[in-house]
Design a protein around this ligand. Structure first.
Ligand code: SAM
Length: 207
């Protein structure tokens, strides 16, 4: 099996470096991100005044928020270039989430979509600590992450997870444990987006 998955994973890694191709593939696999948009509408009935999209990738959720209230950051200059080209009115910056270049309490809301499953535990802890620093005390963190495929017959989802460049796909409980060191979890939900299974958490700072 590894003889097949290793070259395929290499292919996926290459594809992930071509942002438009990766976007198209994800759009198909995740049914046009309908569920993610539902989640955003459900949790942000009113747009937050200042929102940080941490690990924004190509900025696919930026259009949900007014341009004046949104900042997207990502460590990848290639993704940030694509985000700027697609959403020229929104603000995107190349930045490492382990060292956020924002003052304390700078945001009313932070969204994190599919970032932590790329990060080991130590890095995740630093990122969550940084998010809790820049999020104002009553602010909202909305985070959703890939979890292991829930239905044994979801073969496509299982194959994608084997090929995913995210090395740290965790069960829901593990994400909850990581979050609870820095945040109070207000709600948890499970959802399926196309072939992919997710756990979503709404949380507030412990401070
Ligand atoms: C699966 S993509 C998700 C992108 C976007 N949030 C979305 O849902 O389309 C994971 C993103 O996390 C970014 N990332 C990984 N480590 C990061 C870090 N330390 N700081 C900022 N971004 C990071 C990657 O560059 C990548 O764009």
């Amino acid at each position: 099996m590894n003889q097949i998955t290793i070259p395929l994973r290499g292919g996926v890694k290459l594809l992930s470096q071509i942002p438009w191709a990766f976007d198209c593939l994800r759009w198909i696999l995740e049914a046009g991100y309908r569920q993610h948009r539902n989640l955003l509408s459900q949790h942000f009935r009113q747009s937050p005044l200042r929102v940080l999209d941490c690990g924004c990738g190509t900025g696919i959720y930026s259009s949900f928020f007014p341009s004046h209230s949104y900042v997207g950051i990502d460590i990848s200059p290639t993704y940030v270039d694509r985000a700027r080209a697609c959403f020229p009115k929104h603000c995107f910056r190349v930045m490492d989430a382990t060292q956020l270049e924002f003052p304390d309490n700078a945001f009313d809301a932070v969204i994190v979509s599919g970032v932590v499953h790329h990060l080991d535990t130590a890095t995740t802890q630093v990122v969550l600590k940084e998010i809790s620093r820049v999020l104002q005390p009553k602010g909202t963190l909305l985070i959703w992450e890939d979890v292991p495929t829930r239905h044994s017959l979801n073969f496509v989802g299982r194959i994608i997870h084997r090929l995913d460049v995210g090395e740290y796909i965790r069960p829901e409980i593990d994400y909850a444990k990581l979050l609870s060191d820095y945040f109070f979890i207000e709600s948890t939900e499970s959802f399926r987006s196309g072939f992919m299974d997710y756990a979503a958490f709404r949380a507030r700072s412990l401070a």
